[in-house]
Ligand binder design. Structure first.
Ligand code: ZN
Length: 215
C-alpha cells in the first residue's frame, strides 16, 4: 500500500524540482490572469488514455472532463446531478471555449461491457450500467451492421458510433446548438488507437473516421 503512494510522492518531488521550477512563469501567468483554455475535451477515465500527454499540452490548454467511456448525456431540464453537463456549461458559457473535442479510444472497458450486455435486459442497479445506456444506440448500430466482427473490432466500431452519438447529444443543449449554428463553437470527435498511438478524427462530410496525419 505504502509503495503505491511512494511512486506518487516521488513523482511530486520531480514535479517540484523540474516542471514547476522550469514553468514558473506559466504558472504565475495562469494564477494572475486565470485560465483561458481554447479547448474543452471530454475523455475516458481510462488510466491508459491521457490527452494532455498525447497532445503535449500544458496546464491551462485543456478544460478537461473525464467520465466512463467519454459519453455526453442529452440535455435534460431536471433537478438531477449532471456533472458532465455542468462542465460543458462552465467551459462553453463561462469560459467561452470555441472547440469541444470528444476524445475516445480503442479497447474501452465501458464500451466492451455494453457490448457484452443484452439490449432490453433489465438495468442492473449499478451506476455504470445506467451510465452506459447512453451508448445503447451505438451498440444497436454495431449489432445491426457488424454482427460478424470479432469482439475487439466491435468494441472499436461501437466506440466510434458512440462518439457520433455523443456529438448528436451535444447538439441537444440549446446553448451549444445555437453557438454551432452561429459559427462560434466547433465540435470534434477524435479516437485514439491505444495499440498504435494513432489519432483519427470524424469527418462529418465523408461520414467516416480518418487518420490525423502529422509529419
Ligand atoms: Zn474508455
Amino acid at each position: 500500500m505504502a509503495k503505491d503512494m511512494d511512486a506518487l510522492l516521488e513523482g511530486y518531488q520531480k514535479f517540484r524540482e523540474h516542471y514547476y521550477g522550469e514553468s514558473s512563469l506559466l504558472f504565475e501567468d495562469l494564477v494572475r490572469r486565470g485560465q483561458r483554455p481554447k479547448v474543452l475535451m471530454v475523455a475516458c477515465s481510462d488510466s491508459r488514455v491521457d490527452p494532455a500527454l498525447v497532445l503535449n499540452s500544458q496546464p491551462g490548454d485543456l478544460f478537461m472532463v473525464r467520465n466512463v467511456a467519454n459519453l455526453i448525456p442529452p440535455f435534460e431540464d431536471d433537478q438531477a446531478y449532471h456533472g458532465t453537463s455542468a462542465a460543458l456549461e462552465f467551459g462553453i458559457c463561462v469560459l467561452g471555449i470555441r472547440h469541444v473535442i470528444l476524445f475516445g479510444h480503442t479497447q474501452c472497458g465501458g464500451i466492451q461491457s455494453l457490448l457484452e450486455s443484452s439490449p432490453g435486459a433489465p438495468i442492473k442497479k449499478s451506476f455504470i450500467t445506467k451510465w452506459m445506456e447512453l451508448a445503447r444506440p451505438a451498440q444497436q448500430a454495431v449489432l445491426e451492421f457488424h454482427a460478424e466482427c470479432s469482439l475487439e473490432e466491435k468494441t472499436t466500431l461501437c466506440g466510434q458510433y458512440s462518439l457520433i452519438n455523443s456529438l448528436q447529444n451535444l447538439l441537444t443543449f440549446p446553448w451549444i446548438s445555437e453557438k454551432v449554428q452561429q459559427g462560434s463553437l466547433f465540435l470534434h470527435a477524435w479516437n485514439f488507437d491505444l495499440s498504435k498511438g494513432h489519432l483519427e478524427a470524424f469527418d462529418v462530410a465523408e461520414n467516416r473516421f480518418k487518420d490525423i496525419n502529422v509529419l
